[in-house]
Design a protein around this ligand. Structure first.
Ligand code: ASP
Length: 351
């Protein structure tokens, strides 16, 4: 019998509606807010969890939390559970709120070096107790994917992934795209690794495999001295200057236009160049969801190259930020070189 460990952090999937506090306004429907319940309440809604052919065990955060409250210390907690219990299970499912799921799942993909078992993140847009909820399908299929093996007994998708609304994505390629529809995530620059209908169709040629004989290595040191600088027409020198002079700043995700373009103002060039000379790693990430940074394609990106800004190619902001924090924390001396390398399928480097 396959064994899967379900790690529950919280999120909408585990939530119930709190009674409105007397005298308070409530939401637009006059109701109280959604808050995480506890795993006993959750399990009562999900008897199917223990009725299938896969043995499911649960490890839960106490208390369960909304994913807006998840960051590096929770990422460490999730990764440590997987690392400590790695040999006991065929795969892992992480229940997580959708709001920051792409950040957490991207972080985990960099933290778990040589991963050779599935780690599938999932959640839902409606709480498990709501009749029309997407919780059951998402969770039960995620468990099946976490346990799935080929004829030789090897995991079919031994990566960190997100399963949501019929599609399995490489985690570090995802972005939350929708706060309303059930299909909350997309992977704009990489195809899904599996699709679920009556059958689950896997696409193994798209999967990233680590050497199964290499031991799992856990990386947990994040350096959070990073920032995102989103360019916009009319951006003022004072804004850029203030951000680039934050004390202790080590890395910047520079969100640019189109194929990685920026205004050609000399002040911008000088600020970026000076920051790079102070040792700050600046990586160019396009504001477009689909497509890649291609510095040099347009004249308006030449200054960025001259200033020493690095290309983020087609990486997501979620993957770039978490990768940057982990590289700065784990191997600061190599961070600049490693940030432009593909570590586990998070970007397509096209030189
Ligand atoms: N606010 C919730 C969370 O991220 C949203 C969700 O789970 O869909 O925890």
């Amino acid at each position: 019998m396959s064994k899967v460990l379900l790690i529950s952090t919280g999120g909408t999937i585990t939530m119930v509606r709190q009674n409105k506090v007397q005298g308070e306004k409530g939401n637009t429907n006059g109701e109280g807010p959604l808050v995480p319940a506890d795993m006993e309440t959750f399990k009562a809604f999900m008897p199917e969890l223990f009725a299938g052919s896969i043995m499911v065990e649960i490890e839960s955060f106490h208390p369960l939390i909304d994913s807006s409250d998840i960051g590096p210390s929770s990422w460490r907690q999730i990764a440590q559970i997987i690392y400590d219990r790695y040999d006991e299970y065929d795969g892992f499912v992480v229940l997580h709120g959708t709001d920051t799921m792409s950040y957490s799942a991207s972080a985990l993909s960099f933290m778990l070096e040589n991963l050779s078992k599935p780690v599938v993140f999932t959640g839902s847009q409606l709480p498990v107790g709501v009749l029309r909820s997407d919780a059951k399908e998402n969770l039960l299929t995620a468990i099946e994917i976490a346990a799935a093996k080929d004829e030789e007994g090897n995991a079919i998708v031994p990566e960190v992934t997100i399963y949501f609304e019929d599609q399995l994505f490489r985690a570090n390629r995802t972005t939350k795209r929708n706060a309303e529809h059930f299909s909350a995530f997309n992977s704009y620059n990489y195809p899904p690794l599996a699709k679920a209908g009556v059958h689950i169709t896997y696409l193994p040629h798209l999967v990233h495999y680590s050497d199964p004989s290499a031991p799992l290595i856990l990386h947990t040191n994040f350096d959070t001295h990073v920032a995102v600088l989103k360019l916009f027409p009319g951006i003022q020198p004072a804004v850029v200057r203030a951000l680039l002079h934050i004390r202790g700043l080590k890395g910047v995700v520079l969100e640019t236009f189109g194929a990685g373009n920026a205004p050609t103002d000399q002040w911008l060039y000088r600020e970026l160049k000076a920051a790079v000379e102070r040792g700050i790693i600046i990586v160019n990430k396009t504001q477009c969801n689909t497509g890649s940074v291609e510095m040099g394609l347009y004249a308006v990106s030449l200054n960025l190259m001259k200033a020493g800004v690095l290309s983020g190619y087609d990486i997501t902001t979620e993957a770039l930020l978490t990768k940057m924090m982990l590289l700065l924390g784990e191997q600061p001396e190599n961070a600049k070189e490693m940030i432009t390398k593909d570590i586990c399928g998070e970007m397509t480097v096209n030189e």
